[in-house]
Design a binder for this molecule. Sequence first.
Ligand SMILES: [Cu+2]
Length: 185
Amino acid sequence: MKSSPIVAVLAVVAALLLPAAPAAAHTSLRGSDPAENAQVAVLSKMTLEFTESVRFPAVVLTGPDGERYENGKPRVEGRKVIQDVGPAQALPSGTFTIAYRVVSKDGHPVEGEIPFTYAPVDTPKAGSAEPSTAQPALAQAAAPSENPAGKTGDDDRQIPAWIWVVVFGIAGIGIGMAFSMRKKP
Ligand SMILES: [Cu+2]
């Protein structure tokens, strides 16, 4: 008779807690590469890591132009879902959005969106700067043959022209003054 109220209370508490238990078993996104709101310079694949192993992944990558840039189908490696990205040449810079949907162990679908920014680095600038510092001998040897047709050749010709005009002008005036000074006495 005394224990019945306690049992009733326990039954109520258990009833309140049990619905929460399956929800806690839901898997969730642990992290991603690219990360949410991150800025990346290289974008060849996406990795989504969940708190437990997942099944039936679907990943869509939407670009700033509204086009889709996921390439092929996603693959599951344990807790990770890996999705390749379309050809790097075709990727526009700007804000992308990863939309994912997976099925967790308890059978419930889990989905979400991850926005990030793709800002590729200009490779031509870095490429032209490396040879001049890494291979100075080749750069110097190639310089004379490039000068006649190159832009630097025009600059090299203009600067000496100014210098020679000034030098000969001053020298001519100086010589003329020197002769005139000597003839007067
Ligand atoms: Cu669930």
